[in-house]
Design a protein around this ligand. Structure first.
Ligand code: DGT
Ligand code: CA
Ligand code: CA
Length: 551
């Protein structure tokens, strides 16, 4: 708040906040435990109420408001070494620099060095500061780091010294990107486990090597924290270190309401520990049912915890690419793998003609592909296998909202996915209208990766999701949750919105080779993070019901 107020030239108020911030940072006592906040040096009624609001809700409304009203991304800019609020303000006034990207661009074009009070050295420092930030503040795609994390978990759990083990933090909550990986263990011989951990072959740097906590960086660039906790506190430690921070604030508040104390060591009534060994017992002790980690992101009605979808509910995958459009595997091979996964059906949805770089199929090829699928299905029938290959496609929604395959062909297919793959930068109104028009085509059943985002690469395109939902509901169009680790599109908040609106969804992997059919778990996690239940997701349904949703 001090920074934003300084930006607004409220220097008196800014100084007041800055002073309190400094005091709070060095306070020895925990703020949560303090009876009278106004005893803290510099804290008056006004700031005390802000601290209270934060402890209670995890937010300060005035702060959120300041952030919103300030035209520049102040936090982003002053994170750069050597940049302060005053400089940020000058750069905005003189060069309209609003965010880190602008700053980098301007520095690279030598625009900053020319400003009074900046100079070439400052400019060089800015670029170095940005490069550093990029190196150190990286987040990692969950899907990208999962294999190596699982490998580490395997190795640790194979040690006889390790009694219990679990991931925690954002990794356990299955967030799409992870800052660092947190692992908890119970062990009677922590020294040996820690030595083993810091000597793992994947470790490239050891940040810390202690008996209760060690931190390392592994080859992929991500940091891993390993903590040893006492067996009797395993549940409460897991609860605490799984987070999110917001969830922890809420659960702690609930505990306080019941005159209990909840921390990473246990649940306490006065000095007496009443729970801590398992997470279930910790939640129980504060009057709650166990909450799946994916739901521990924000506010939640604890009386109505949704029974969210599970991987085992999935009966098939409808977003798969075959050799026909340059994928790795033949339809027969894909079907075999899907059967092995316990699926009842697999949908082949190759790209269509507009998408040249993906070897999109023209209408003739699509019709030829149907013959191959029919043949495979006939064979299954003869062999008495209850499995079906569905004939679909991933067609393109062209800029004017039309589909690049004629209705004459589309209407023969088992189902049709349509997606935006070109002209992503058109304005909001046009993009919304474009997708609405596609949904209004009675042959279009599913909209693929509806927002177009690629994590760490590009934002969603501009579109009005509420309007999309309205039309999806009206036309009974299904929205995809794409499982590809860099997409995970829909995002969690939009899944919740879709569910609320009564719009059905489908989880698809977008596999281009059979190993990618295993990405389904990431889409399911994303669905869980959006509170989706089995009934919200059509590929949890048996074939007969599934086919009805494509009518
Ligand atoms: P990340 O690593 O940025 O993806 O996110 P997390 O959620 O894994 O955060 P991390 O690694 O800093 O901490 C792990 C968990 O520990 C976090 O989710 C909640 C808990 N925790 C850490 N620091 C605090 C804190 O200052 N207050 C509270 N209430 N909980 C904390
Ligand atoms: Ca973490
Ligand atoms: Ca951590």
């Amino acid at each position: 708040m001090a920074n934003y107020l300084e930006m607004e030239d409220s220097s008196f108020r800014s100084k007041a906040y800055r002073k309190v911030a400094e005091v709070l940072e060095t306070l020895q006592e925990s703020v949560e435990d303090m009876k009278d906040l106004e005893k803290i040096p510099g804290v008056g009624k006004h700031i005390a109420s802000k601290i209270e609001e934060y402890l209670k809700t995890g937010f300060i409304r005035d702060y959120e408001k300041l952030k919103k009203e300030t035209p520049i991304k102040l936090e982003e800019i002053i994170a750069v070494e050597g940049m302060g609020v005053k400089k940020a303000k000058v750069l905005y006034d003189k060069l309209k620099i609003k965010n880190l990207k602008d700053l980098e661009k301007a520095a690279k074009k030598n625009k900053i060095a020319k400003l009074e009070g900046f100079g070439e050295k400052t400019e060089k420092n800015i670029l170095e500061g940005i490069a550093f930030l990029e190196r150190s503040s990286g987040r990692f795609l969950l899907g990208k780091i999962t294999p190596v994390v699982e490998d580490i978990l395997d190795k640790l759990s194979n040690l006889k010294e390790v009694e219990k083990i679990s991931t925690a933090g954002s990794f356990r909550r299955r967030k799409e990107t992870v800052g660092d990986v947190d692992i908890l263990i119970v062990s009677k011989k922590p020294e040996e486990v820690m030595t083993f951990f810091v000597s793992l072959p994947d470790v490239v740097k050891v940040w810390g090597h202690g008996t209760t906590k060690s931190s390392v960086r592994i080859k992929e660039g991500v940091d891993v924290d390993l903590r040893v906790v006492p067996a009797k506190s395993y549940g409460s430690a897991l609860q605490y270190f799984t987070g999110s921070k917001e969830h922890n604030i809420i659960t702690r508040r609930i505990a306080i309401g019941k005159e209990l104390k909840l921390n990473e060591y246990g649940v306490f009534r006065g000095a007496k520990m009443i729970a801590g060994k398992t997470e279930k017992e910790v939640y129980r002790a504060i009057g709650l049912d166990w909450i799946p980690p994916e739901l521990r992101e924000s506010e939640l009605d604890f009386k109505k915890i949704p029974k969210i979808i599970e991987l085992k509910d999935i009966k098939g995958d409808l977003h798969c690419h075959s050799k026909w459009n340059g994928g790795n595997d033949s339809i027969a091979v894909i079907a075999k793998k899907a059967m092995k996964m316990g699926y009842e059906y697999i949908g082949i949805s190759d790209h269509t003609q507009f998408l040249k770089i993906e070897h999109g199929l023209n209408e003739k090829q699509l019709l030829k592909q149907k013959k191959e699928i029919d043949k495979i299905n006939l064979k299954f029938k003869i062999e008495n296998l209850k499995f079906r290959v569905l004939w679909g496609c991933e067609a393109n929604i062209l800029t004017d909202g039309s589909i690049d395959v004629s209705d004459k062909v589309l209407e023969q297919m088992d189902y049709v996915i349509a997606g935006v793959h070109s002209a992503l930068k058109i304005d909001k109104e046009k993009m919304t209208q474009r997708i609405i028009m596609a949904m209004e085509n009675p042959n279009v059943d599913i909209i693929a990766h509806p927002s177009g985002r690629i994590l760490q690469q590009r934002d969603e395109y501009q579109f009005d999701f509420d309007k999309i939902l309205e039309t999806a509901k009206k036309t009974e169009t299904i929205l995809e949750i794409n499982s590809s680790p860099a997409r995970l599109d829909l995002k969690d908040s939009n899944i919740r919105k879709a569910k609320k609106a009564g719009v059905k969804m489908v989880i698809g992997t977008d596999a281009h080779q059979i190993s990618q059919l295993d990405l389904m778990n990431f889409g399911v996690s994303q669905a869980r993070r959006g509170w989706a239940e089995k009934e919200d997701i059509i590929n949890t349904q048996p074939l007969s019901i599934l086919l009805q949703s494509f009518k």
